[in-house]
Ligand binder design. Structure first.
Ligand SMILES: [Zn+2]
Length: 187
């Protein structure tokens, strides 16, 4: 049984420290169908499509969480409450973000409980900026709002290339493992 860290991104996706990704963003197929039904003012069809989108998302989250709980005895997730949403755009994103991640955490909580898997929620501060290999915060790491668009970067300190989200997930896992090692009780 393994241990895994999960980074929740603003773009309706989650990335694990093993490199697995969950994307629950609405697909173009459904967006197109929805637009057609809305133009036709077909309320029944619009409602049905919304339900279908919701079910598809739920199904994706279920598959993702089931696999995580099956493969791991420890799951560490960053506490997104510590994140700030300052710009208009990020505030807007926050509502979809909250809905999706609330469901993801809800599923992890009950599935972990059932399977005897340990779930840790940790402070995710600096998990994006820190290099998971050399543990330094180099000049080249993604920081602040400017760093939001960076998908990959090379650590200026040790020269390792990182996928931004996988690196963050690795750091989140490390925070969880550290906390367990020193015996700080979970919140
Ligand atoms: Zn480094």
């Amino acid at each position: 049984m393994g241990s895994v860290g999960i980074d929740l991104s603003l773009k309706e996706s989650a990335t694990t420290s093993n490199g697995d990704k969950l994307i629950i963003k609405q697909t173009q197929k459904w967006a197109n169908k929805l637009a057609v039904a809305q133009r036709a003012k077909n309320k029944k069809r619009v409602k049905a499509i919304h339900a279908k989108i919701k079910n598809t998302r739920l199904d994706l989250i279920h598959k993702f969480t089931t696999k995580l709980v099956k493969d791991n005895s420890l799951i560490v997730v960053g506490d997104v409450k510590s994140r700030s949403f300052t710009t208009k755009k990020t505030k807007l994103a926050k509502s979809t973000y909250d809905a999706g991640w609330f469901e993801l955490k809800r599923q992890l909580e009950y599935k972990c409980k059932h399977a005897g898997c340990q779930l840790e929620i940790v402070n995710e501060s600096y998990t994006t900026q820190t290099c998971s290999y050399c543990l330094k915060i180099s000049d080249s790491s993604p920081k602040g709002r400017a760093g939001l668009g960076i998908r990959g970067w090379t650590c200026a300190e040790c020269g390792i290339w990182h996928d931004r989200d996988i690196n963050a997930a690795k750091n989140i896992l490390a925070v969880g493992l550290d906390r367990l090692a020193v015996g700080i009780p979970s919140v």
